[in-house]
Design a protein around this ligand. Sequence first.
Ligand code: PNS
Length: 172
Amino acid sequence: MNPTPADETARPIRRAVCPGSFDPVTNGHLDIISRASALYDEVIVAVFVNQSKSSLFSLDERRAFLEEVTAPYGNVRIDSFEGLVVDYCRENDIAVIVKGLRAVSDFDYELQMAQMNRGLAGVDTLFMPTNPEYSFLASSLVKEIAKWGGDVSALVPQNVLKSLNERAGAAG
Ligand code: PNS
């Protein structure tokens, strides 16, 4: 039987989270975020606050880059969290974690986390294969290349590029 309009309005909002460090956001992240935004009603890009790991960009800077590059997608919003991703999901009524898989090397650890997160809180993980164009791409590599003056213009959004070259160059 086809759903009536009343049934449709009763449907719960399908909300997903894309968690990560985003230090900084790359074109690979953006590929996953944009594809997730086509699958879910609302996508929250949640920047993980990791006190024990030093980052090149501050939390505010990482959030600002993300705000700007995700502005074209009407259903994506940026947030940050400290602690377990499953607690963040519980507090924000999120049923799904979306993760990009670049290569089989990502799989072992991601599978372990996905199974742990499902066991801890019943939160599922959707693995999305990255666009092959970005299968080698990682924020850590981008920072290292920029540090030594390499060209990362095809790997990060424009708003990140200038700051990255200044910041990574000064640190190198
Ligand atoms: O961009 P990153 O650094 O690869 O992202 C890793 C992140 C933040 C997604 C992952 O470490 C995470 O979910 N951290 C939050 C703490 C947590 O819930 N750990 C998983 C326990 S199974």
